[in-house]
Design a protein around this ligand. Sequence first.
Ligand code: FAD
Ligand code: FES
Length: 367
Amino acid sequence: MMTLLLGLLALSGLCALLALLLEAANTVFADYGPCQVSINEGAKEFTVKGGGRLLSTLMDHGLFIPSACGGRGSCGLCKVKVLEGAGPILPTETPYMSEEELRNGIRLSCQVRIRRNIRIEIPEAFFLIKEYRTQVISLKPLTPFIKEVHLKLLEPSEIVFKPGQFIQFQVPEYPGSSEPVYRAYSIASPARLKTEIKLVITRVERGIATTYVHNFLKEGDEVLINGPYGDFYLRHSDRYMIMIGTGSGLAPLMSILYQMADEHIDRPCTLYFGVKSRKDLFYQDEIQELLQKLPRLRYVPVLSDPLPEDHWDGETGYVTDAVARDVTDGSQMEAYLCGNPLMINAAVKLLTAKGVTEDRIFFDKFG
Ligand SMILES: Cc1cc2nc3c(=O)[nH]c(=O)nc-3n(C[C@H](O)[C@H](O)[C@H](O)COP(=O)(O)OP(=O)(O)OC[C@H]3O[C@@H](n4cnc5c(N)ncnc54)[C@H](O)[C@@H]3O)c2cc1C
Ligand code: FES
């Protein structure tokens, strides 16, 4: 048994090494000559040196495709329809594809290399996604692990987005990364403020982008962002809303709540905010102001590990425990979830068991 296991391990190691070598050889030696990229039956066309990845090639030509993992093949968002010219589908793509998508030529653009002329089709809405030059107005610690990054838009000077959406933040080359990388961050500020945006960024141990933001980024620095992206936004209905955020997952929920206050959308809504202890709670004054403006909003902070000095007499446990205690019949409810994937998986399971139908549960997983 042990020999078989060792053999399998060695084989998969060899396969990974071969894949790496192939990739390296492809980058260094392969010459595919000029290739033509044609989008939406010629609505946009350009010629590129073959060998590059479709997602980054499109970005280089001002076309931004939704992507939350910066091209690592782990978010499944960067789908485009390839009519002609992509090679066979890769094992890295198939986990993100439905049977129908596979039949229709849908591909992950970050995994497709341009090796010959290629024809693709993208939704018109993607033409509206732009790159913005921005400047850091302020960097504010909100908790020991979370920073608010306040950006002023320089060029273009205004952004139009739906509250709940996210942008991609470009981390330039710095001592922690030998090349620029992109990461997704939800917009935490109101959509009425078009000339500036706020992001709320949690430090991740050894994380490329968050180490840059927490240790290297300074006020006055210029940052490139692109967007807006995503289909996490307020649906119009009268249903009772459940909002659940953990940590920086509060960001897009704040933007949605500002929208509700600005547009006088007075729906019954409970906001559950899950963190470890009192020092991890943030935007408490802002939430109090929203409670004044939205009479049917209820706020439930939930601490999973309150400290003795917190003198906490509010809800404790996982944030989903508090939801489980409150909700008896979810059949008329709608839910908006944002934060770490474990919380979201647990919340979806809980809410569906309480009767909230899956088509009424909207979420952005941060991971
Ligand atoms: C739609 C969307 C919106 C997002 N919005 C926000 C936001 O508003 N605020 C925010 O802080 N983040 C947000 N994220 C997460 C963000 O995009 C990055 O994944 C995160 O900041 C880590 O990036 P990094 O480069 O520092 O870490 P990486 O260098 O990408 O990762 C380093 C290591 O840490 C692991 N890791 C990654 N993220 C986490 C995590 N959260 N906790 C623990 N381990 C982790 C990775 O698996 C990897 O092993 C969002 C993600 C998505 C998909
Ligand atoms: S950009 Fe995330 S899978 Fe392609």
